[in-house]
Design a protein. Structure first.
Ligand SMILES: [Fe+2]
Length: 493
């Protein structure tokens, strides 16, 4: 069920601020009644002390609420959970995720595909962006510099944290968007002009995307391509129409995987529609409050999307191997660029070694327009703002509103909007052997705004060329981040 965010954070802080304002007024009233002229100096000091006390209390309160929310079971997430208890909001590590009915069939089909990849030299381990070669790095650096000069004058580049998990986690891409993105250099397509026009339009949109995030597009025109899942009235399920994954189209067992993924997405489809009806009309405040926001508009057409007849989904299936005696954590991120137009993530942890423990998937979100109490002109409410953390404070990327977390273990199945940043925290392997987990993700695309799919292109260069280009795409994504703290890599759940 959809665990709705009741928006307690700002509301509670605001009410506390109001209380403190009243408390201060009360003190002042008493002071004025008792006050005599020669005591003013002494009272001035007292006033300072009261102010200081209120400020300290506001900060302490704010911190405690923030800590509290971090411990909750994730809000803004549809959780496939047995006996979901509305009252039980704490993350207890006792969550009972539903076991998907076709799990065994799906798992054995994935294993068949992996065997095929093993035998046909098609195994792909995710490259490390830090290994990028000099030439590609130079090209991307140049492009980014030029774009920044043109567009992001006010955007301050933050000092980047070093984050290299190459020794901790090895990721095998079974199906991955990075091996079949659109790029004009290696495809044939009757829709090439339309796709290039789409990029042009996205780049011109110097504003905010449908989630209120600063619109970020690929400078180098890479587009992650979804597969089409069409609803079949006859079979009462969604079915892959056309291609699923270019490097596997010759695999004789691929039809089985298409069928199983059709079943899985059909299982997701009702909750997806429920999640969409909740989020499609919510309005988000802007993440980066810089001068351009005055003239920019939010480009929001997500409410027009209807998933009842078709779903365009970028499919990803990966196997992660976590090194012995290590702890793996990812970075805060959303999926893709604005140009990839991803609305929701459907995630399923189909397999995870039970000795991989303590992992959490954490979520945070940007303030929404309905977070703030309706402004009135009353002096009391205005005064309360003196103890409210400022808008800027709330929008600090490290101070986004926490939405809680979920325990990462086998059978975790969730849907969440691509507005909310998320990160994997602390998956522990305390054994002496490497341990594995397998995940399936559907990144659901806004097909009204980005209608192009893998069926619209034909790949005309060998896979090695696409792999070389992938480094460029990865490096660019690592530099041209959508959020202040975007992952350097593709998403890692
Ligand atoms: Fe992710």
């Amino acid at each position: 069920m959809l665990n709705i965010d009741k928006n307690d954070y700002i509301y509670k802080i605001y009410n506390k601020s109001l209380d403190l304002f009243r408390y201060e007024n009360e003190i002042n009233r008493n002071r004025n009644n008792e006050s005599l002229y020669y005591e003013d100096l002494k009272n001035g000091c007292k006033q300072d002390r009261v102010n200081h006390k209120c400020e300290i209390e506001a900060k302490r309160f704010c911190k405690s609420i923030y800590q509290n929310l971090k411990m909750l079971k994730a809000h803004d997430v549809f959780i496939f959970e047995d006996n979901f208890n509305e009252e039980n909001k704490k993350l207890t590590c006792q969550e009972k995720y539903i076991t998907y009915e076709r799990k065994e069939q799906l798992l054995s089909t994935i294993n068949l595909i992996m065997d095929y990849q093993d035998k046909n030299n098609l195994v792909d381990y995710h490259p490390n962006v830090n290994n990028i070669s000099g030439e590609i790095k130079d090209i991307v650096d140049k492009e980014i510099k030029a774009q920044q000069k043109k567009k992001w004058i006010f955007h301050k580049q933050k000092q980047e944290k070093q984050h290299n998990t190459a020794d901790i986690v090895k990721i095998r891409n079974i199906i991955h968007q990075s091996l079949q993105p659109y790029h004009k250099d290696y495809i044939n397509s009757s829709k090439q002009n339309e796709i290039e026009a789409y990029f042009k339009r996205m780049r011109k949109n110097n504003g905010y995307d449908q989630w209120g995030k600063e619109c970020k597009t690929s400078f180098s025109n890479f587009l992650w391509l979804p597969a089409i899942f069409k609803y079949s009235e006859k079979n009462k399920m969604y079915e892959v129409e056309g291609k699923l994954f270019h490097p596997l189209e010759q695999c004789p067992e691929l039809w089985k995987l298409k069928e199983e993924l059709g079943h899985l997405l059909s299982y997701f489809s009702k909750p997806l529609q429920e999640t969409h009806s909740y989020f499609k009309n919510l309005h988000y405040n802007l993440m980066h409050d810089h001068p351009e926001s005055q003239i920019s508009s939010i480009f929001d057409i997500k409410s027009k999307v209807d998933f009842s007849q078709k779903i365009h989904a970028i499919v990803k299936i990966s196997e992660m191997e976590i090194a012995p005696n290590s702890i793996y954590s990812g970075q805060w991120h959303v999926e893709g660029f604005s140009s990839d137009n991803i609305l929701y993530t459907c995630l399923y942890v189909i397999e995870q070694d039970q000795n991989l423990i303590n992992g959490k998937l954490k979520f945070k979100r940007t303030p929404r327009s309905d977070d703030f109490p309706t402004p009135t002109n009353s002096q009391e409410e205005q005064g309360a703002h003196s103890y409210c953390p400022s808008y800027e404070y709330l929008c600090d990327p490290y101070k986004l509103i926490p939405l809680g977390s979920l325990e990462i273990k086998e059978n975790l199945m969730i849907i969440f909007p691509n507005q909310n940043i998320h990160k994997v925290k602390g998956i522990k392997n305390m054994t002496d052997k490497p341990l594995k987990r397998k995940i399936i993700a559907f990144f659901i695309v806004n097909h009204e705004d980005q209608p192009f799919t893998v069926n619209d292109v034909e790949f005309i260069k060998p896979i090695n060329v696409i792999k070389d280009y992938r480094m460029k795409d990865m490096y660019e994504r690592s530099k041209n981040k959508q959020t202040e703290s975007q992952s350097f890599d593709y998403c890692e759940h």
